[in-house]
Write a protein that binds this ligand. Structure first.
Ligand code: NAI
Length: 395
């Protein structure tokens, strides 16, 4: 197995700076690379800020100082030369296939014979990124969650051509990266499928929400009444959450799953209409709600609203269980425990299996009713869910 000492983090933005920070904390030599000095410097400044905060809290470890760690951090704007002494490149550049393929090939053309290229992509095929690099066996995925120092989950993804050695090396590195909220949860993703584990598990609830948004609009039901349906059981009701995430982002993500999983991911008409007039949610001050008076004013409205009786949280658990079972059927994860654990570590919410073990018959029935009511066949329960076969697939 490759002995890793030097990690090159490519792309010094939001994710790259978080990855660089935890790699330094783990004791690796880190080189931060971006296209321009100003991006590299701003990424390193964020790392410095993060490390100094930890030092002040006394959580860097016995005798470890921020400045000693920063002394192991190099900067570069030239991947081809910086990669010469890298053992692994962890890539967090823009989410564009041609850019990722290009930097992957530059890595393989110029790096040492053992160098590994690990992509932090959320939505792209690892196999596709590596296919023309000249060494697809040394390409894998390492998918982090934002903010990297805080979120425990890292998904390590096997592309169709990833070698066992590459995969094992990436797993080992991931396990060494510290996390402020306790032990890391490293989820092995055994097949290169859209959304990997955590994002995939949570994706199809969007089909349900989009249907509800259009139903509410059609029936003239106020948004706060939909949020009131969640009855405080979610940190934010579905409309507030959609505004918070950004309605444009929701459309973008839905478009991806529409292409890769099912046409049923078509976004709601009302969401498309809001985006068309520039109401993208909290970031533009307007979406489902008017955000000019802050989130508290919205919460107050929700608190005083009468529930609409349209959104049922149990349906979303049933939808998640079905998707979790598809993940198992397709061999993306080896067992349901890792799926539930990864969801908790990546989203801070419980996965569907512990509830699903006792409810799969009822939930399968609910999903068939939902498919009938919405015309969305993607909700129909898969074989592994209906039969309860998943209950024997813990590990
Ligand atoms: P960002 O926009 O903050 O950072 C991207 C950085 O890459 C920028 O500094 C940019 O200058 C640099 N860059 C662009 N082309 C480059 C090239 N050819 N060589 C070197 N650097 C280049 O983006 P962010 O949010 O950090 O995302 C990076 C990647 O991580 C994307 O693939 C994204 O899908 C993925 N990701 C993002 C998450 C998030 O919550 N933001 C979560 C998980 C994955």
């Amino acid at each position: 197995m490759v002995e890793v000492k030097n990690i090159l983090v490519l792309g010094a933005g939001l994710m790259g700076s978080g990855i660089g920070q935890v790699a330094l904390q783990a004791g690796y030599n880190v080189t931060m690379v971006d296209v321009d000095d100003k991006f590299v410097n701003s990424g390193v400044a964020k790392i410095e800020e993060g490390l100094k905060k930890l030092e002040a809290k006394g959580t860097l470890g016995e005798g470890v100082t921020a400045s000693a760690l920063l002394a192991k951090c190099n900067k570069s704007t030239n991947l081809a030369s910086a990669v010469k002494n890298a053992d692994i490149v962890i890539e967090a550049v823009v989410e564009k296939m041609d850019v990722k393929q290009k930097v992957c090939k530059t890595t393989m053309d110029n790096g040492p014979k053992h160098v590994i290229f690990a992509s932090n992509t959320s939505t792209m095929s690892i196999t596709e990124i590596g296919k023309d690099s000249g060494a697809p066996d040394r390409v894998c995925g390492m998918h982090f969650f934002n903010p990297v120092p805080l979120m425990r989950c890292i998904e390590v993804i096997k592309g169709a051509n990833t070698s066992e050695e590459t995969f094992e090396t990436a797993m080992k590195i991931a396990e060494k990266l510290p996390c402020l909220r306790g032990q890391r949860l490293i989820a092995p993703v055994l097949k290169d499928k859209p959304g990997f584990i955590v994002n995939r598990l949570n994706a199809p609830a969007q089909i349900y929400l989009n249907w509800i948004f259009d139903q509410a609009k059609e029936k003239g039901i106020a948004w706060e009444r939909i949020d009131a349906d969640a009855g405080g059981k979610m940190p934010m009701g579905p409309c507030t959450l959609a505004d918070y995430v950004g309605l444009d982002t929701m459309i973008h993500v839905a478009g991806y799953y529409k292409e890769t999983l099912s046409p049923d991911f078509e976004p709601a008409k009302v969401v498309k209409e809001l985006v068309a007039v520039g109401n993208l949610g909290a970031k533009t001050g307007k979406g489902f709600y008017d955000w000019s008076k802050g989130r508290d004013a919205i919460s107050e409205k929700v608190k005083n609203a009468q529930p609409a009786g349209l959104f049922n949280l149990e349906n979303t658990m049933a939808i998640m269980l079905n998707e979790g079972c598809r993940i198992l059927e397709e061999g993306v994860a080896s067992g349901f425990k890792i799926i539930d654990d990864a969801n908790m570590a990546g989203m801070n919410t419980p996965g569907p299996f512990s509830g699903g073990k006792n409810n799969y018959e009822k939930w399968s029935k609910m999903l068939n009713e939902l498919a009938d009511a919405t015309g969305k066949n993607y909700f129909r329960p898969c074989e592994l869910m209906k039969s309860g076969g998943f209950t024997k697939m813990r590990k």
